[in-house]
Write a protein that binds this ligand. Structure first.
Ligand code: DGP
Length: 111
């Protein structure tokens, strides 16, 4: 049981996985917003940045290093890492995830 990302971790639904280790998983976003759009998630269930506790510092730092790794492996030097926190900010899946977007010019701020 769990949200859609837990099902991806558990291999109950398919995803194009680009990186995995004991703590984190990275897979292609099903609805890409850029030529490169990967989601990096902790295997541990944390709803979002707002739900983090001090105990989650290590795993979230690890996820950011995975963001760095998948972007570098794709040959990207310029990319965006973003995490939507709450429905009003565009969060639709309540399992912490970092979007890694690149491969096109990225304007700031996003809409
Ligand atoms: P957010 O809106 O920030 O919570 O981002 C959720 C992202 O998850 C969104 O860009 C689409 C993606 N997504 C939702 N369901 C699936 C799925 O089943 N597989 C994959 N690969 N991505 C999904």
């Amino acid at each position: 049981m769990g949200n859609i990302f837990q099902k991806i971790i558990d291999r109950e639904i398919p995803a194009t996985i680009v990186y995995e280790d004991d703590q984190a998983l990275a897979f292609k976003d099903i609805n890409p917003g850029a030529p490169f759009h990967v989601l990096v998630i902790p295997k541990q269930a944390i709803a979002n940045v707002g739900a983090m506790t001090a105990a989650d510092e290590q795993i979230v730092g690890h996820c950011l290093l995975v963001c760095q790794k998948v972007a570098a492996e794709a040959g990207l030097t310029d990319y965006r890492v973003v995490s939507n926190n709450g429905e009003g900010a565009g969060q639709s899946v309540f399992h912490l995830h970092f979007h890694v977007l690149g491969g096109r010019p990225l304007k700031w701020p996003p809409g």
